[in-house]
Design a protein around this ligand. Structure first.
Ligand SMILES: [Zn+2]
Length: 378
């Protein structure tokens, strides 16, 4: 305010406002909020310049976690008659942020929608609305808001399409839970239409086909997954093992796995290859796969998994006391390791999350290449 006074000399007014402002601050410091508000409200009536002060004050309260006070400041501002439209909209935005901070989502939603309708703070409002709809699992609305955001700001188009694809997957899960497999399938296809590399949709379409007895179709969808998102390879391996088995094509699975080894560096395909070789009586081939893994990616966690899945059953190690103890300790340690990590914020998880619970990014919480086996359910 002092600087403003220098640029635009208005001695009488500036002096009066300063005194009133200090009086208001005094009330605030002494926790006499109502009196403070009264003073600040008068300031707003006197001069529009003090609106900024009012807004900063409200934002300050909110940052300090005193949401009730922030709400009162902003509600008071909005209640002023003849408030210029931009100021009214700015106050609406602040009020909406207050409600969001207070966890009153329906009021926040209402205000952000109003702002979008008034064409003010559209990008922020839509972003906040999207988060609100995600929190409420209102996927139809989330799709709508994202589409709208896409039309006003193409800055993060790829990310938005990605999110929309996941919303369709979420809708599919809702429909599936309600027993509507047909509707679920439609939603999943929409997901792939929006974003053809949506591995989640391919996994789910494969699951639907498998449960309907269409193993060939399931196989087709699941085989797409490593091409869509290489990191998700371990998620589909147990599924593909089942579908190839159901089609009586164990040899074809073995061949397909051998191709994946050159692309995906994690331990999962090696374990299956060694197991398959061992089961078919080819001990030498099983040892070769173990050897190949140890040569290309000597990771302690992967080695442990390979040991407990392949080496110890093959050599009957469980009969040997010391090795059995070693194995138990190893399995215990492995069991406590995270299987998934978000490559955006580092969040670690024991199960697959399509949306990171911490940073809310989609498709960033991925299986660790040498970690415990992925979640698998039909
Ligand atoms: Zn994250």
């Amino acid at each position: 305010m002092a600087r403003r006074g220098e640029n635009k000399p208005r001695p009488k007014k500036a002096g009066g406002l300063g005194r009133e402002y200090i009086r208001g601050l005094d009330f605030l410091i002494n926790d006499q909020t109502d009196k403070a508000l009264e003073v600040f409200t008068r300031l707003v009536e006197v001069d529009q310049d003090t609106i900024e002060t009012h807004l900063s004050l409200g934002a300050l309260f909110r940052r300090r976690g005193e949401v009730d006070r922030a709400l009162r400041v902003h509600q008071n501002l909005i209640a002023r008659p003849n408030l210029p439209r931009p100021v009214h909209q700015r106050a609406l935005l602040e009020l909406a942020r207050d409600y969001l901070a207070a966890g009153v989502l329906d009021r926040a939603e209402e205000l952000f929608r109003e702002l979008v309708e008034q064409n003010a703070y559209v990008v922020e409002s839509l972003r906040r609305l999207i988060r609100i709809y995600e929190q409420q699992s209102d996927w139809e609305q989330a799709i709508e808001a994202n589409r709208r955001l896409e039309s006003v700001s193409s800055k993060h188009r790829g990310q938005q399409l990605h999110a929309i694809a996941h919303y369709h997957c979420e809708l599919a899960e809702q429909k599936q839970r309600a027993g509507d497999s047909r509707g679920a399938k439609t939603s999943l296809k929409k997901s792939l239409h929006v974003y053809s590399d949506c591995a989640r949709a391919a996994i789910a379409l494969g699951d639907l086909a498998y449960n309907a007895g269409d193993y060939r179709e399931a196989n087709k969808y699941w085989q797409r997954v490593p091409e869509q998102m290489l990191e998700l390879t371990p998620e589909v391996l147990p599924r593909l093992q089942q579908s190839f088995d159901s089609l009586n094509q164990a040899a074809a699975f073995y061949q397909w796995l051998a191709q994946q080894v050159g692309r995906y560096e994690g331990v999962a395909p090696y374990i299956l290859l060694a197991e398959q070789a061992f089961r078919s009586g080819d001990k030498g081939a099983a040892e070769d796969w173990v050897q190949r893994y140890l040569e290309q990616a000597p990771d302690i966690s992967g080695m442990g998994r390979l040991f407990s899945a392949v080496v110890s059953p093959a050599t009957g190690a469980t009969e040997n006391g010391v090795r059995a103890k070693l194995q138990l300790a190893l399995e215990d340690a492995l069991g406590r390791m995270p299987a998934y990590r978000c490559n955006h914020c580092g969040f670690e998880a024991r199960q697959l999350h399509w949306q990171c619970p911490s940073c809310h990014q989609w498709d960033t919480t991925l299986p660790l290449p040498h970690g415990p086996a992925g979640s698998h359910s039909h």
